[in-house]
Design a protein around this ligand. Structure first.
Ligand code: GUN
Ligand code: ZN
Length: 442
């Protein structure tokens, strides 16, 4: 383990404050080619250019040399399903058939605490080996699924938010519960895990079609009892899904209105996808300060549609990036940003590298109301960061070296980077993962 106090010398990139438009992000971006990050008891003390930092080092400060690498804040995945790790790449279906044919049978296995524990360990290892230090995570309907996940995350000191799925209709019997069971089991999990160490609980109704009015009432009740829990669900991912919601809830004005009527919108609510929104739904997301998780690889893989990122800026709605494993096709945030760029190319919007890295770090933290704790290298923040190896392959090395400035370098990283780019992942000031062959931790 690393000592209480140490410093790391390397190149650093972060965004120092939240922003309300893409130009502001660029202004608030900080690149220090030769810098020193000082860490004490798992928290960031300072990040300064080496020439000034070297004359003001604490006595007997250990310095780790990572020159030649680029260190960025740990990536934040704002929407992912851990039980779907084992079904990435399921062929041929769009959302509703994909759920029925592939997803539900896989999720059935998480009634087993042993299976949940084994998959939790594998899943967190996948996050860490891809540089992701925090995530907002779906379990399954089984309390055993999140029990195992929270235990595994606690062992690794990771800041995660997760929840048991709540669902009581329109799925196979083996995944259904009653609203009362859902309430009791969720309540017990909140009391056991919410706010324990770095862990947080998200009330997780799967989506409107698998929720009866009685179940949604239970979600409302739980959120009133525990107002600092998060709310995590899906919204307007697929056109058939949207039509189905209109049939199931004919009294509601639109899809989001179903959640809004049950007071499930708000600053701690995160809605995955949001591809097929009506103007009134955009307005409601803004007015309630709700957040969206943009999941490009999933949206392309399921053929769901193209997320309108530009519109989310116009409407001033908080955005984070989700991999949405296992409809998404990679745990890797660099690859996910590369796909986000392409989704925006198809809509004539240029996703600049500064904006992309913002969404994956500080912007995601803000979407999860965690920006006072994580997302950049400001003093006092928790020391979650990734050491990137920008020259992992011959092609990456060539493009890194012939890039003119940090913007081009970052853009090449999100275009060509993958898990080979992740050299080390540090969580809460300790090295939690490293690629084989990388330096000793200290
Ligand atoms: N909508 C409801 N459940 C799911 C799910 O598991 N994955 C995705 N992508 N969309 C959903
Ligand atoms: Zn999802």
């Amino acid at each position: 383990p690393a000592p209480e106090n140490y410093a790391i010398r390397s190149s650093f990139f972060d965004i120092t404050a939240t922003a309300s438009d893409p130009q502001e992000i660029e202004q608030r971006a900080r690149y220090i080619e030769d810098g020193l990050l000082l860490i004490e008891a798992g928290k960031i003390v300072s990040l300064r250019p080496w020439p000034e930092a070297k004359d003001a080092l604490p006595a007997e400060c250990l310095i780790l040399d990572r020159r030649g690498k680029l260190i960025v804040p740990g990536f934040i995945d704002c929407h992912i399903h851990y039980p779907q790790t084992e079904m990435v790449g399921a062929f041929g279906e769009q959302l509703l058939n994909w759920l029925e044919n592939y997803t539900f049978p896989v999720e059935e296995q998480y009634h087993s605490a042993g299976h949940a524990a084994a998959m939790s360990a594998f899943f967190l290892q996948q996050l860490l080996s891809n540089g992701t230090t925090s995530a907002l995570i779906f379990g399954t309907v089984h309390p055993e699924s999140v029990e195992a996940l929270f235990q595994a995350a606690e062992q690794r000191a990771m800041r995660i938010i997760a929840g048991k799925v709540m669902m009581d209709r329109n799925a196979p019997d083996y995944l259904l519960e009653t609203p009362e069971q859902s309430y009791q089991q969720t309540r017990a999990l909140i009391q056991r895990w919410h706010g324990r160490g770095r862990l947080g609980y998200a009330l997780t109704p799967r989506f409107a079609p698998t929720s009866s009015p009685a179940l949604l009432e239970k979600v409302t009740q739980l959120h009133q009892e525990f107002p600092d829990t998060w709310i995590h669900t899906h919204l307007a991912e697929n056109p058939q899904e949207v039509e189905w919601v209109k049939k199931l809830f004919p009294a509601q004005a639109n899809y989001l209105d179903v959640y809004h009527q049950y007071q499930l919108t708000g600053p701690r609510s995160v809605f995955a996808h949001c591809l097929h929104l009506e103007p009134e739904e955009w307005r409601c997301l803004h007015q309630t300060d709700s957040a969206i998780a943009f999941c490009p690889t999933s949206n392309l893989f399921l053929g769901s549609g193209l997320f309108n990122l530009q519109r989310s800026w116009q409407q001033q709605i908080k955005i984070g990036i989700g991999t949405d494993i296992g409809a998404g096709t990679t745990f890797n945030m660099l690859q996910t940003l590369g796909e986000a760029y392409k989704v925006n190319q198809l809509q004539n919007y240029k996703l600049h590298a500064s904006e992309a890295f913002y969404h994956a770090t500080l912007g995601g933290a803000r979407a999860l109301s965690l920006d006072h704790l994580i997302g950049n290298f400001m003093p006092g923040k928790e020391a979650d960061f990734v050491v990137l190896q920008p020259t992992a392959t011959p092609l990456q090395r060539m493009r890194w070296q012939n890039s003119r400035d940090i913007w081009e370098k970052l853009f090449v990283l999100m275009t060509l980077g993958d898990d080979r780019t992740i050299a080390e992942t540090w969580v809460n000031g300790q090295r939690a993962w490293h690629r084989q062959g990388e330096e000793a931790a200290v």
